[in-house]
Design a protein around this ligand. Structure first.
Ligand code: PRT
Ligand code: ZN
Length: 226
């Protein structure tokens, strides 16, 4: 648990959300001394520490109360929430703000040559994805009997490799799908980065006051960019 008096914020160490998340913290006046290799970065002007980790770990760190706040993509957050719920682990959190970066969609895509007349074309098929819980929820909602095949990487080559019939992956420009001979068909989830807070009511009064002081500044930064 986060017993320290310092507010602990989880951010992606290196990846698509890192720079924007750090830039936002700096823009709201938090001075940070980040050293590339270190897991922890201390603020020099606020009682705040950053925990720099893989994005996959951020939902769990907040839901387990190890970190007080976290910056994370809604896709990863929702997937981990479903996974933890299924495993009987704490899965609660509070969204403080939806942010203006990290935008993408989780979409089903099929090979160019595949005949596709809507989601029912996937009946009985295998679909490779890094987001099996989100995908299986979608299949269930649509009443489709298809199988999500979990792949941590190289999802876009799965059909060519004969591992799956179709894929379900994150898309932003669509260039990756095109380069791999795939066509986007159904958007199953739209995502942006969010700032989340632990929801177990365990934040000390001091930390709660600090968060309440910071949030209007976040709103100011978001407004200024609109
Ligand atoms: O190392 P770590 O585990 O922390 O990082 P990661 O490799 O898991 O994640 P990272 O940094 O790639 O992405 C972090 C988050 O950024 C994601 O969870 C999304 O919320 C968000 N995001 C926004 C994206 C994209 N856009 C995106 N385009 N994440 C991944 N992609 C990938 C996608 O998987 C595909 O391979 O980019 C490719 C498609 O891009 P286009 O432009 O060709 O369509
Ligand atoms: Zn990751």
């Amino acid at each position: 648990m986060s017993n320290s008096n310092r507010l602990r914020i989880a951010v992606q160490k290196s990846g698509r959300l890192s720079d924007d998340s750090i830039a936002l913290l700096k823009a709201i006046g938090i001075k940070l001394n980040i050293r590339d290799r270190l897991l922890i970065a201390h603020s020099t002007n606020q009682p705040i520490d950053l925990l720099r980790v893989r994005d996959d770990d951020i939902p769990g760190l907040v839901m387990d109360g190890v970190c007080d706040l976290g910056f994370i993509g809604e896709n990863e957050l929702e997937e981990k929430m479903l996974e933890r719920k299924a495993a009987g682990k704490p899965f609660e959190y509070e969204v403080l703000r939806r942010l203006d970066y990290g935008g993408c969609r989780l979409s089903i895509a099929v090979p160019n040559e595949m005949k596709y007349d809507g989601i029912q074309s996937l009946e009985g098929k295998k679909v490779a994805t890094t987001y099996p819980y989100l995908l299986e929820r979608y299949f269930k909602d649509q009443g489709i009997n298809a199988k999500a095949v979990m792949l941590q990487g190289s999802v876009e080559v799965a059909p060519r490799a004969g591992v799956a019939d179709a894929i379900c992956d994150l898309v932003s420009t669509g260039a990756t799908l095109e380069a791999n001979g795939l066509v986007e068909k159904d958007v199953i989830f739209r995502s942006k980065a969010v700032l989340i807070k632990r929801a177990d009511g365990e934040l000390s009064d001091e930390k709660e006051t600090l968060v309440n002081r910071l949030m209007p500044r976040v709103d100011g930064v978001l407004l200024a960019k609109e």
